[in-house]
Design a protein around this ligand. Structure first.
Ligand code: SF4
Length: 560
């Protein structure tokens, strides 16, 4: 069974953490750095590297880049070195980091709230074509990532992005990352609140400011006003989920302390109701608690979830109110369980009578050519707006009724499906060994091959609901393996002949709050249950057929 999130009353009043060695909490232990990362962050803030990229590194090339800039501060501007091609997963743990890395970068474009115009999409597509060997991925945090970027080209790329209102500022690093927002903000018929202005306000005031640019580690935000709870709020450091309070009207339920990776933990409700005009202040309070009280001694304990685990929600709320907001927040109930899926795939009516169409590529993999083609196609069909989603999908807005079917046909030809199979719809994959230095196995192609195979083998089978398949290339959880029906963690497996082959450890039964699932739960590792990459489709087919044969009445895969 999935693990359960303890309720607020059960967690309150826990005994304080016994005195121990300093954890590097600035407000408790002082700001003296307790490890190398904290030291270089204090010597020179990550944001300052931009000037050196503009003036020195782009002129003098990759070899001129100073080490703490290359492996540290570059992230503050969305830049990571990518993996050298041809190094197999068995060498990931044995080679030095510099032996794994190429002289090219992954560049992450942050798209707060997932909101894009066709003009912006075209610019990203053109940058990919001109500077990124036509690569592009939709991430599961509403960003778009490009690869094969040379440092020499970065200033020109920034110039083009910023000319259309896009940025890579704090797309990676120990900073407030992209703010996830409902992909149907401002257009859905059944929306409770439109968080667009709040997201714009947070981004404009607090992204790229030195006061919040040295956090203990990354800080993730999610905000939705849609009842489908479409922003995976349970696994963010702070989440705001719209609901109607019986006395106070519309506002948000506040969640804090979620995060996956090697120590997964679901966020917890603080039991507080946040009115729309207070969201930015509460967000600033939570991120400030993280900056001031977050653990900085050990990087693997430096996410907000570890502080929340020690404090509990009651103390966290008290500190937030007493030291940062200087007022008490009203109590509030939880948001109701979603009654519709939050990936927004398919055709849906907008509040203005036009339609939005959710489409999916395979596992987030697109290309510059596809993005520029999509921009052209949308404009030909009268639309200039679209959204990225936290599920590696796109939502295309403002489509008049007469354009819906012709556009769907044209999108299909482009590789974007509005009526995908349930497997294509619910499979996501992380970057994997193709570009990621931490990867042990390949992911995107393995997942795509499995989906294509399953579409053929199970073509006549009527699945009651999508079964989510999340494919990761290593024990980190960029593709959220612990929140999938079937989560796959990349590792090398013995081939029986003394060698090794790429494969996956299986996690089962995870999921976030969704239709038929009242509460989020983390999947369980099934000991000994491992599958090779070549056998992936066989394994999924077997488990799906067994589920269909065994399930009782309306039992879902999560309940099975
Ligand atoms: Fe890389 Fe691992 Fe994250 Fe995949 S899960 S992108 S392999 S770090």
């Amino acid at each position: 069974m999935p693990s359960q999130t303890p309720s607020v009353p059960e967690r309150a009043g826990r005994p304080p953490r016994p005195a121990s060695r300093p954890n590097g909490q600035w407000k408790v232990d002082g700001t003296a750095p307790l490890n190398g990362n904290e030291a270089w962050k204090q010597v020179d803030n990550g944001l300052n590297v931009r000037e050196r990229i503009e003036k020195i590194y782009s002129r003098d090339g990759f070899e001129s880049i100073e080490d703490t800039d290359l492996h540290g501060r570059f992230r503050w501007w969305g830049l990571y070195t990518q993996r050298k091609p041809g190094i197999d997963g068995g060498k990931t743990a044995t080679l030095e980091p510099h032996e794994l890395e190429d002289a090219y970068f992954m560049l992450r474009v942050r798209i707060d709230g997932g909101q894009l115009t066709t003009g912006q999409l075209r610019v990203i597509g053109e940058i990919s074509e001109e500077f990124g060997r036509d690569t592009a991925d939709l991430t599961d945090r509403q960003n778009i990532q490009l690869h094969w970027i040379r440092v020499e080209d970065v200033p020109e790329i920034w110039r083009r992005l910023e000319a259309v209102g896009l940025q890579t500022t704090e797309a990676c690093g120990d900073v407030p990352r992209v703010v996830l927002g409902s992909p149907v903000a401002g257009i859905a018929v059944d929306e409770l609140l439109d968080p667009t202005d709040v997201i714009a306000d947070i981004t404009a005031r607090y992204i790229g400011v030195p006061e919040l640019a040295n956090l203990p580690r990354k800080f993730k935000t999610a905000l939705t006003g849609h009842p489908s709870q479409d922003v995976v709020h349970e696994i963010n450091d702070v989440g705001f989920v719209a609901l109607r309070h019986p006395e106070l009207g519309l506002g948000y339920d506040l969640w804090v302390g979620g995060g996956l990776s090697a120590n997964p933990r679901l966020g917890e409700r603080l039991g507080a109701f946040v009115s729309p005009e207070k969201v930015a202040d509460v967000w600033l309070g939570v991120v400030s608690i993280f900056r001031d009280y977050g653990y900085r001694r050990l990087r693997n304990k430096a996410r907000l979830k570890f502080l929340l685990a020690d404090w509990g929600p009651a103390k966290f709320r008290q500190v937030l109110e007493d030291e940062y907001l200087f007022e008490a927040l009203p109590d509030g109930p939880p948001a109701p369980t979603p009654t519709q899926q939050g990936d927004h795939i398919g055709v849906h009516k907008q509040v203005d009578g036009r339609f939005y169409i959710g489409v999916t590529p395979f596992v987030g993999r697109v290309s510059g050519t596809m993005l520029t083609g999509l921009a052209d196609l949308l404009e030909q069909h009268g639309s200039e707006r679209l959204r990225t989603t936290p599920h590696q999908k796109l939502v295309l807005l403002d489509i008049s009724e007469e354009h819906v079917e012709p556009l769907i046909d044209a999108l299909d030809a482009l590789g974007l499906a509005a009526r995908p199979s349930l497997f294509r719809r619910s499979t996501i994959a992380c970057t994997g060994i193709e570009f990621c230095k931490l990867a042990i196995v390949e992911t995107k192609q393995a997942a795509t091959d499995a989906v294509l195979e399953l579409e053929t083998r199970l073509a006549g089978i009527d699945l009651p609901q999508p079964i989510s398949l999340h494919v990761n290339g290593c024990p980190n959880s960029c593709a959220r393996i612990q929140t999938a029906d079937i989560g796959l963690k990349g590792q090398l497996l013995a081939d029986g002949n003394g060698g090794q082959v790429p494969g996956f450890q299986v996690h089962l039964g995870g999921g976030l709050a969704s239709v038929g699932r009242d509460e989020a739960g983390l999947g369980r590792t099934v000991r000994g249950l491992k599958v090779t990459a070549d056998d992936l489709a066989d394994y999924v087919e077997r488990i799906v057929l067994r589920f269909l044969a065994d399930r009782l009445d309306t039992e879902t895969f999560a309940e099975w």
